[in-house]
Design a protein around this ligand. Structure first.
Ligand code: ADP
Ligand code: MG
Ligand code: ZN
Length: 476
């Protein structure tokens, strides 16, 4: 029997507001333990939370960018459970009246478009962090993260394989970064997801029983977790078993998931409206104000890059995946560089150098103008393509104009024929065998001779000029 996988995601994104959701404490990541907190976010008795308006702004923004309806009369609810990282013993979340509902985002997998429903987006507060003592004598708790605002985005069970789920995660991440509501740094826990997954025989209408996997903290881990869970459920069903509705924890190091709690142990959160907080009333004007702050989104940008700049679909997709990279690209083009040439540099050497240095496009230390200047230096023949790579590398380490780097490092390309003829002649004299090969009709021998001359010039000779001189001398 063949099976179909059904996946729905719950994505948590930490909002990039300066202060927390119910107090004025900073949301900054890290910091000395228990220094970013106050009586409100540590849940002392008798304190009053007050909702940070920016949190609602950001939630509305996320809702509009994902085609949701905005709930104009909403509320916040207490979700009751005890855990040491949750000092109030309840989390303030939203139960039945989330800020946004009934939206969608479009994803693309292998050139095929698909629309994924967004069930809801609600606001809530983050919990603290437990630090387990490495000597096993106890656990410590850091409340710095308590009360950092989150949005939770819940999707419909519309995805049918891990690739679609990954595309959805990437699309959501890029949208949230474009609208500037979250930095989405997975390594700092700013973006986290729970995976709901079930299987059913192909053609069956009803969904199978799902499990929920927590603790997935990279896109790669998410894909691995989904592949593992699909296989586990199919094998279970095939061998006559039944899938239990349960919460499982993914252990990426061991590449297995294991049961955390079953449905019977599932929490009854006893949700009720938080009596300390007033309803959230969102006027038409407020929604329109927020709408005005939404920039061109990645999908629209991609279409425009193909039409306006003639970029291949593939290039447009990669470059628009990051708002910063897209902006960098447009600035280079505005400074006169050829769009496809810029795109090649960005997708190739620039991306590789970012990866080598483990930095994000946001951290590129030089302006786009320097990139377009570098491209102009190659096009004018001042430097060779391989020298340009050295210059680009240096641009990451020293904040200097590429022209200055070229001069300092003596990378100016030698294109002057008279300066190169002698060098080429010497290479011919030193390599009689290759010369004979060429004369006997082995055209390939010329490549070796070009290489030898490049080497003799320590990479500075213009290869096209060498080629020309070689041909002239050999055919003479
Ligand atoms: P809970 O509050 O228990 O997490 P929800 O109704 O909010 O339950 O659903 C959570 C997620 O589970 C949603 O993303 C939804 O798309 C997904 N989901 C629901 N049923 C299934 C199913 N049978 N298979 C896979 N995913 C499912
Ligand atoms: Mg859930
Ligand atoms: Zn506080």
């Amino acid at each position: 029997m063949t099976y179909e996988t059904v996946i729905g995601l719950e994505v948590h994104a930490e909002l990039s507001t300066k202060t927390k959701i119910f107090c004025d404490c900073t949301t900054e990541f890290g910091g000395e333990v228990n220094t970013h907190c106050c009586p409100i976010c540590t849940g002392m008795p008798g304190v009053l939370p007050m909702l940070n308006k920016k949190v609602v702004d950001y939630a509305i923004k996320a809702g509009l960018a994902t085609n949701c309806e905005i709930t104009q009369y909403g509320k916040q609810d207490r979700k009751n459970y005890f855990y040491p990282d949750l000092p109030k013993a309840y989390q303030i979340s939203q139960y039945d009246l989330p800020v946004c509902k009934n939206g969608y985002v479009d994803i693309e997998v292998n050139g095929e478009k698909k629309r994924i429903g967004i069930t809801r987006i609600h606001i809530e507060e983050d919990a603290g962090k437990l630090i387990h003592d490495e000597w096993g004598t106890g656990s410590l708790v850091d409340y710095n993260r308590c009360g950092v605002p989150l949005i939770e985005i819940v999707t419909e069970p519309d995805m049918r394989n891990p690739e679609e789920a990954r595309a959805l995660l990437e699309t959501l991440k890029s949208i949230l970064q474009y609208i500037d509501v979250s930095d989405c740094k997975m390594q700092e826990g700013s973006l986290r997801c729970d995976i709901n997954l079930s299987v059913r025989p192909f053609g069956q209408k009803e969904f199978g029983t799902r499990t929920e996997m927590k603790n997935v903290n990279s896109f790669r881990a998410a894909v691995r977790a989904m592949e593992f869970e699909t296989k586990r459920q199919i094998e279970l069903v095939e061998s006559g078993g039944v899938v239990e509705q349960e919460t499982r924890r993914w252990d990426d190091a061991k590449a297995v998931s294991y049961a955390m709690r079953s449905k019977e142990e599932a929490h009854d959160y006893r949700y009720f409206p938080d009596p300390d907080l007033v309803p959230i009333v969102i006027s038409d004007e407020w929604i329109e104000e927020v709408r005005k702050t939404i920039p061109e989104l990645p999908n629209a940008k991609r279409v425009r890059y193909v039409e306006q700049y003639g970029l291949p679909q593939y290039d447009a997709e990669i470059i628009t995946s990051s708002r910063t990279l897209a902006q960098f690209f447009e600035e280079c083009v505005d400074h006169g560089a050829n769009p496809k040439t810029v795109s090649n540099w960005l997708m190739g050497d620039l991306m590789r150098m970012l990866k080598d240095r483990n930095i994000e496009p946001e951290e590129i230390p030089f302006p786009a103008q320097h990139m377009s200047k570098l491209i102009a230096l190659i096009e004018k023949g001042t430097i060779s393509g391989s020298a340009a790579k050295k210059v680009l590398d240096a641009m990451f380490d020293e904040a200097k104009d590429p022209e200055v780097i070229v001069k300092e490092k003596g990378l100016v390309q030698i294109s002057d024929e008279s300066a190169l003829v002698e060098m080429v002649q010497k290479v011919l004299d030193d390599n009689p065998q290759s010369v004979a090969d060429y004369k006997a009709g082995k055209e390939k021998a010329i490549g070796f001779l070009v290489g030898q001359t490049m080497k003799a010039s320590r990479g500075k000779a213009n290869p096209q000029v060498i080629n020309k001189i070689l041909k002239e001398l050999l055919d003479a």
